[in-house]
Design a protein around this ligand. Structure first.
Ligand SMILES: Cc1cc2nc3c(=O)[nH]c(=O)nc-3n(C[C@H](O)[C@H](O)[C@H](O)COP(=O)(O)OP(=O)(O)OC[C@H]3O[C@@H](n4cnc5c(N)ncnc54)[C@H](O)[C@@H]3O)c2cc1C
Length: 426
């Protein structure tokens, strides 16, 4: 447990959880002049040592925070995102990430999670956020003028606003929504290794490469200025017993193309992640308690938008707090209820779209047989510079529902030929 910081007294906002979402929100609120305290259950702030893709809808916010250069110095700006078929390795479609940066005004970047987390942690310290570790929140309660949290050690803390950024298995979500996680049946293995170990495997060091295959997919990209190589292997786990164990990993990719098969021995085998999400919900605000990040909208990771959405949430919430304070008499605190209502009004629909699209993406990526061929034909017909599938997500983060861009129209598989003209057999 870290020593008690000097900023004693009641904060304006308590943020439960010091992950990327919690720290992002804490910094966003503190830079608007609010007194913020973060309560993290772990003994130290930290993140998993794997990679993270951050799209322009996140780098735009990091730029506004004055943090983009620091993140960029630690990360990599890939040149392309290339989708390939995992069986025959043929290219299906690509995003030219330099052109994408021109379109959206901000880069598509990949960064080590602990590097991004470290940047946010340092930013919170500079902004005077009161950061406390070893504080596990057991319960939440609304009070007359705000909300309080009960700590597992028996203490309580109170603030005008409580932000629950306590992740996928959020205690706040359990209490306020009471739903269960949804298991997609897929499992992810990760690895971030020195790039020398992956050279010779047919890797594209300057690209994000996504191989899509029957019931599985595989992602690769360089990290830390190109010194490290990140891989994510996702596959449909078999039975309930020891689900997704390492021998299943090997079996799932045994029939894949060379660059994928050669990457599998590099995966960390001592840890795996079940691919869980939740059904979208429309109510994230309960009195003065607001869900944020994975606690509000844990996605399947297939759109690489989970951490991005969490950072957007913090930015939107802080903007609405500042807007409501701007219309109040000098020195008054924000109109918390108005700010929370505005936050919920815009974020729930956006995140619902991401959650449902991520599920649909997963289904599309994992197709087999004739449907795989139809998918390949659709993807190969896409123009590299057609942004109709990304405008709704990579554009500026909406602050109000009427700023939310229209969704794309999906192309039905049935509209494509069951033969991929470029080759490939079921
Ligand atoms: C394989 C994989 C790949 C991914 N790739 C990407 C990607 O490329 N891009 C992207 O944007 N997203 C990606 N994601 C999703 C992303 O990792 C998450 O959406 C994001 O990290 C959520 O952040 P969070 O802060 O909301 O939650 P978490 O990171 O889970 O943080 C929650 C924090 O709350 C703390 N906590 C929990 N309970 C309590 C309590 N009771 N009291 C106090 N503290 C508590 C925890 O210790 C933790 O520090 C990926 C996810 C996976 C699994």
């Amino acid at each position: 447990m870290n020593p008690e910081p000097s900023t004693a007294g009641r904060p304006d906002a308590l943020v439960v959880g010091g992950g990327i979402g919690g720290l992002g929100a804490a910094f966003a609120l503190a830079r608007k002049g609010l007194r913020v305290r973060v309560l993290e259950q772990a003994g130290e702030f930290g993140e998993v040592g794997a990679g993270l893709q951050i799209a322009p809808n996140c780098t735009r916010i990091l730029a506004e925070y004055g943090l983009l250069e620091e993140v960029e110095a630690l990360g990599v700006l890939p040149e392309n995102m290339v989708m390939r078929d995992a069986l025959d390795s043929r290219e299906l479609t690509r995003l030219d990430l330099r052109d994408l940066e021109r379109r959206y005004g901000f880069p598509y970047m990949v960064v080590h999670r602990s590097d991004l987390h470290g940047v946010l942690l340092r930013a919170c310290r500079r902004a005077g956020v009161d950061l406390r570790t070893g504080r596990r929140v057991a319960d939440y309660e609304n009070t007359g003028g705000g909300a309080l949290v009960r700590l597992e050690d028996g203490g309580t803390q109170e603030a005008a606003l409580v932000v629950a950024a306590d992740g996928l298995h959020s205690a706040a979500r359990r209490k306020l929504v009471g739903d269960a996680v949804v298991d997609s049946g897929h499992v992810a293995y990760r690895a971030a290794v020195p790039i020398e170990l992956a050279r010779g495997n047919g890797i594209a060091e300057k690209d994000v490469t996504l191989y899509v295959g029957p019931r599985c997919h595989f992602v690769q990209y360089a990290l830390r200025g190109g010194e490290m190589f990140n891989q994510v292997a996702v596959f449909e786990a078999a039975g309930p017993e020891n689900r997704g164990a390492p021998d299943e990993l090997d079996a799932a990719f045994a029939g894949a193309c060379d660059p994928v098969r050669k990457g599998i021995p590099l995966m960390w085998r001592d840890r795996r992640w079940r691919m869980l999400d939740r059904e979208p919900v429309d109510t994230w605000v309960h009195g003065r308690i607001a869900l944020l990040g994975d606690a509000a909208h844990p996605p399947l990771q297939y759109m690489a938008q989970g951490a991005v959405m969490a950072i957007e949430d913090g930015w939107v919430l802080a903007e609405h707090c500042a807007r409501s304070a701007a219309t109040a008499p000098a020195g008054a605190r924000p109109d918390w209820d108005a700010a929370l209502a505005a936050y919920q009004a815009v974020r729930t629909e956006h995140c619902r779209r991401v959650l449902t699209t991520a599920r649909a993406w997963g289904e599309l990526w994992h197709l087999d047989g004739e449907r795989r061929l139809r998918r390949n034909a659709i993807l190969r017909a896409r123009d590299t510079y057609d942004y109709s599938f990304t405008d709704w997500v990579y554009g500026p983060t909406a602050l109000a529902p009427d700023e939310e861009p229209p969704m794309f129209t999906p192309i039905p598989l049935s509209s494509a030929p069951a033969e991929d003209p470029g080759g490939g057999t079921p």
